[in-house]
Each structure stands twice: as structure tokens, then as C-alpha cells.
Ligand binder design. Structure first.
Ligand SMILES: O=C(O)CC1=CCC(=O)O1
Length: 86
């Protein structure tokens, strides 16, 4: 990473602020740490592929990440099926 330790710390701080902004807006629904790895699993609720692309592209750590995207659909056994989800 450019800027050594201080540059890395700045990027991580910007990543956290960006994440928290999107958590508050509701587009970044979950973020979980993968145990024993510097990795996370996140769930996004976005309008379309373009919205997800914009979010990921603008991640401060994006240039240093490996990202795998798995589109999800509602499961028919989900207790929330048929209910209005806020
Ligand atoms: O620490 C990570 O997994 C990278 C990251 C993404 C959002 C955030 O706050 O940190």
C-alpha cells in the first residue's frame, strides 16, 4: 500500500467511515469478519448491479481487494416471505 503504515491506517479509517455511512443508509446490511482472516463477508441490499458496482468501486481499499459477488434471492422457507420487510 502507498504511504506505508500511516497510509494503510488512513485507508482503513476511510473504509470504516464509508462502510458505516452505507450501513446507516441501509445499503450495506451486514458485515462479518471471517475468523482468522483479514477478510469479511458482507450483505448489500441495492437497487441493481450498477448500484453495487458503484459501492464496491468506491471502497477505499478496492484496489487491494479480491471480491467475489454472489447474487441472493429470497428463499421460500424464509419466515419473512410474504411479509413486508422494512
Ligand atoms: O476490515 C475489512 O474487512 C475491510 C473493511 C470493509 C469495511 C470496513 O469497515 O472494513
Amino acid at each position: 500500500m502507498p504511504g506505508g503504515t500511516r497510509g494503510a491506517a488512513d485507508l482503513v479509517a476511510r473504509e470504516k467511515a464509508y462502510c458505516q455511512e452505507l450501513r446507516k443508509s441501509g445499503e450495506w446490511v451486514h458485515i462479518w469478519r471471517c475468523v482468522g482472516q483479514y477478510a469479511n463477508i458482507s450483505v448489500f441490499d441495492v437497487a441493481d448491479n450498477e448500484a453495487l458496482h458503484r459501492i464496491l468501486w468506491n471502497l477505499p481499499l478496492f484496489p487491494y481487494m479480491s471480491i467475489e459477488v454472489t447474487p441472493l434471492a429470497q428463499h421460500p422457507s424464509d419466515l419473512l416471505v410474504g411479509e413486508e420487510v422494512a
